[in-house]
Design a protein around this ligand. Structure first.
Ligand SMILES: [Zn+2]
Length: 209
């Protein structure tokens, strides 16, 4: 898990020109002329974030609806920071939607912050995540500071406990063969023999033996 993002995306001269020519207000973010820039941003930030959401730290998917470019300081209020490199991080759509346009600053700003002091939430570039939030069992979030608690509240990270419970429920309902095949991936050599034997019993049933 990346505790914080070490370096932001670096826009090329050509990309800066596209932004300068085509970005007039925050709703322009959705214009197709920025698609290539967004793809490059995602490609650059994925490894820097170890492919995890900057707020919940869960793994990001690769499909179009499984990863968002998140504006840490909302672009609706601070549109001049829409393409500020340190205002851009990757999040899961769930965290992005829940956080939405809620305020994240103690005081209004004119220039982009250089540290996390004025931020009410964990800033992915300025704050070490593990100093503010501890994750138990992959889905239970404990705030270790006021920033941690505020991040949990704004992104509704408590929602993920339910996701985990549903996942476990679905797994327990899956077929015995699917369960055995999934167990095989993490089994020791001795356990593998037992699982393969159990799989044999199941497949024999299908053969009518
Ligand atoms: Zn998330």
């Amino acid at each position: 898990m990346a505790d914080k993002i070490i370096s932001p995306y670096c826009f090329s001269t050509a990309e800066k020109k596209v932004i300068k020519d085509s970005f007039k207000n925050h709703s322009d973010w959705d214009k197709s002329c920025f698609d290539d820039i967004k793809s490059a941003l995602k490609e650059d930030l994925r490894p820097k974030q170890t492919n995890s959401c900057c707020y919940c730290k869960r793994e990001l998917g690769f499909d179009i609806k499984e990863v968002d470019i998140e504006h840490i300081v909302p672009k609706s209020k601070y549109e001049k920071f829409t393409f500020h490199p340190k205002n851009l991080a990757l999040s899961c759509p769930g965290c992005n939607t829940n956080k939405s346009n809620q305020p994240v600053l103690h005081k209004e700003i004119k220039i982009y912050p250089r540290s996390g002091i004025n931020l009410t939430i964990v800033h992915p570039y300025f704050d070490c995540y593990s100093e503010h939030i501890e994750i138990h069992d992959g889905a239970i979030y404990e705030g270790l500071s006021s920033k941690g608690c505020e991040t949990i509240k704004l992104c509704k990270l408590y929602r993920l406990k339910k996701v985990l419970e549903k996942k476990k429920e679905a797994k327990s309902k899956s077929s015995p063969i699917a369960q055995l095949v999934s167990d095989l991936a993490n089994a020791s050599d001795a356990e593998k023999q037992q699982i393969v034997a159990a799989l044999g019993l199941h497949t024999n049933q299908f053969r009518g033996n």
